[in-house]
Design a protein around this ligand. Structure first.
Ligand code: ADP
Length: 613
């Protein structure tokens, strides 16, 4: 019965002694060791046990001491392959009084492998968890967030080791959380548990050293099979550095975005990647129009190619280029900028971008140009004034010399006729002097803005009657009686009344006519007036020497006459036309001229019919 029980047992059974001899092996044992009973018996212990297993000695020792063992050991099959086995031994003494051992052998390699795998994966998880930058936790859903488990990472983040947490109930995680976040987090977790969703939050904690840190947490509630909440688990990471970078980034972005200077970031080809508000304000382009476009967008075409060459050469060399450029806005308007372009290097020292900072200096440039112009003008006027003074002293001296010279010549021996002629000459020279003095007086009044005009109703027909007599006198004076003179007035008009300054109008007309007579050798003279809208147009036309185009440009300017004054035969100090034009402007009109060299000149001017029209 025992024999049958032994033979047919499902467990592998081996009958052996302390020396390692084997006396019997059942069928299951033969299957397990892949050998016949004979082979097993022949080889003994070394046939079925992997003798190199370090556990063997302690197993044998234990067995010798206790008799009963249940141990793991590596076993060997007939084909020399090994497997993890579990042996259970019992003792009995046979009929002959020999100590015998009955060993039950089980193949536990499957179980063993599972265990190994489990251990490996546990180890893996542990490594993973301990290598995480943050801390993994499992905690109760209580207001203290009592940890059931917390990983090593807690030391880095909170300054407390996991043990410290678990052993000291006073050091709750909740206490580390900054007061202002505590309720918010509690409420959030409540919702998450209710909705069985995921918790995620960024908040601040104080670590064991009292340092405030930013952390990011992500967690979830874990429920048992009945849907009851077991615990919460999740992960907490230190994001202080990230937050600082974020804050810095926001600060820098604002500093750039709100900068008064235009700031543009381009790639190495000059394609715009970013531009701040000031850039859009300055150029008129908006973000969508500018970003992605090349900086060429602003080219005015007025900058010399060499400037761009120098610019690219400098920045591609890793240096900053500075300069002034004229650029073009979206609407075509030109503007000046003071620009600085610097390369931005990547971590390997290669140019990755360019940053261009620009200031609109159009106003400054304009002011500069105006200043230069004003300076040049002032210098020109100064030059002209000096020459004018020299000329004027000459002009004054000529009639004055006549007055002094002729008056000295007069004595008692002179005939009445001679005295009369001399005094006529003295009178003429005196009048000429007076004319010059009056002109100078007008100029000084005009210069200081003190020349005033007095308006009254005047009849142009009668004024032109007086004018005709004056023209005759001037012809005589300048020896030009042969000139034919033609006067044009609106036809059939007996009277033409306008409201203006009679004396000044007369002065201007006389000045123009004087010039026309002076500068016309032979030929004709025409002057007249006609109404034009609410104004009256006057003109004085001659067929004289004409005025060169170059001279026309400056004829109305003060002291224009200076240059040729010494060479010309005709008198005059070169301010008649200037004074005339200014006077006409004071009367509310305009003066201009047309002329061709050698063919003659026409001077035009308008005067309002009524004051202020
Ligand atoms: P001036 O007192 O020297 O006549 P004006 O201002 O009246 O000063 O004239 C300036 C200059 O312009 C003259 O000296 C002359 O060279 C030129 N000019 C003026 N009117 C005429 C004209 N009708 N024909 C040719 N040249 C003229």
């Amino acid at each position: 019965m025992y024999r049958s029980f032994f033979e047919n047992n499902f467990d592998a059974l081996i009958l052996t002694n302390d020396d390692g001899d084997i006396f019997a092996a059942n069928k299951a044992a033969c299957r397990l060791f892949k050998s016949t009973e004979k082979q097993i018996i022949a080889k003994g212990r070394s046939g079925v046990v992997d003798m190199s297993d370090p556990r063997l000695q302690s197993v044998l020792k234990k067995r010798a001491e206790d008799g009963l063992v249940k141990e793991r050991i590596r076993l060997k099959r007939g084909d020399n392959s090994t497997f993890e086995g579990e042996i259970t031994t019992t003792f009995f003494t046979d009929d002959n009084g020999h100590k015998r051992t009955l060993i039950t052998v089980r193949d536990v390699s499957g179980q063993f492998e599972n265990e190994q795998q489990l251990k490996a994966s546990k180890r893996q998880n542990e490594i993973l968890i301990s290598n995480l930058p943050g801390m993994v936790y499992r905690c109760l859903f209580d207001k203290k967030w009592t940890f059931i488990y917390v990983s090593e990472g807690s030391k880095l983040i909170t300054g407390y080791s996991p043990e410290y947490f678990l052993e000291n109930p006073d050091v709750s995680y909740a206490k580390l959380i900054l007061q202002k976040y505590r309720n918010e987090i509690w409420d959030k977790w409540n919702t998450v548990v209710k909705q069985k969703s995921t918790f995620e939050a960024e908040y601040q904690i104080t670590d064991s050293k009292g340092q405030v840190k930013w952390v990011w947490e992500r967690g979830r509630p874990v429920f048992d099979s009945h849907g009851k909440l077991d615990y919460l688990e999740g992960y907490i990471e230190d994001i202080t550095e990230r937050k600082r970078t974020e804050r810095d980034l926001i600060k820098f972005t604002r500093a750039v975005e709100q900068n008064m200077s235009s700031i543009v970031l381009t790639d190495i080809n000059g394609n715009i990647e970013y531009a701040n508000k000031a850039f859009f304000g300055m150029t008129g382009f908006n973000r969508t129009e500018a970003v992605g476009q090349n900086m060429r967008l602003l080219k005015s075409g007025l900058v010399a190619a060499g400037v761009y060459k120098d610019m690219w050469g400098t920045i591609m060399n890793g240096k900053t280029w500075r300069g002034e450029l004229i650029n073009k806005k979206k609407n075509g308007e030109l503007f000046w900028v003071n620009k600085a372009i610097s390369p931005i290097l990547d971590s390997r020292g290669k140019i990755s971008n360019f940053v261009s900072v620009a200031e609109n200096i159009t106003e400054r440039k304009k002011a500069e140009e105006e200043l230069i112009e004003a300076k040049e003008r002032a210098e020109e006027v100064d030059r002209l004034k000096t020459a004018f003074l020299a000329n004027m002293s000459h002009e004054l001296r000529t009639p004055l010399n006549a007055v002094i010279g002729f008056s000295e010549l007069i004595d008692e021996q002179m005939s009445k006729e001679q005295i009369l002629e001399f005094s006529r000459t003295i009178n003429q020279s005196g009048n000429h002097l007076l004319e010059i003095v009056e002109q100078i007086f007008d100029v000084s009044l005009l210069e200081t803005g003190n020349l005033s005009v007095s308006f009254s109703d005047i009849d142009l027909v009668s004024l032109f009657g007086v004018l005709a007599q004056e023209v005759k006198k001037k012809q005589v004076k300048h020896d030009k009686e042969n000139l034919s003179v033609d006067v044009k007035m609106p036809e059939g008009v007996q009277k033409f009344v306008i409201h203006t300054d009679r004396r000044r109008l007369m002065q201007v007309l006389l000045n123009l006519l004087d010039n026309a007579i002076k500068f016309t050798g032979k030929g004709s003279l025409q002057y007249g007036f006609k109404p034009e809208n609410d104004k009256v147009l006057f003109w004085v036309k001659d067929t004289g020497i004409g005025i060169s185009e170059e001279k026309q440009r400056m004829i109305f300017q003060m002291f224009n006459q200076v240059e040729q004054s010494y060479t010309r035969e005709t008198g005059g100090i070169g301010i008649g036309l200037t004074v005339s034009q200014k006077l006409i402007e004071l009367l509310g009109g305009k003066m201009w001229m047309e002329s061709k060299m050698g063919q003659g000149s026409t001077f035009y001017f308008t005067v309002p019919q009524k004051e202020g029209a």
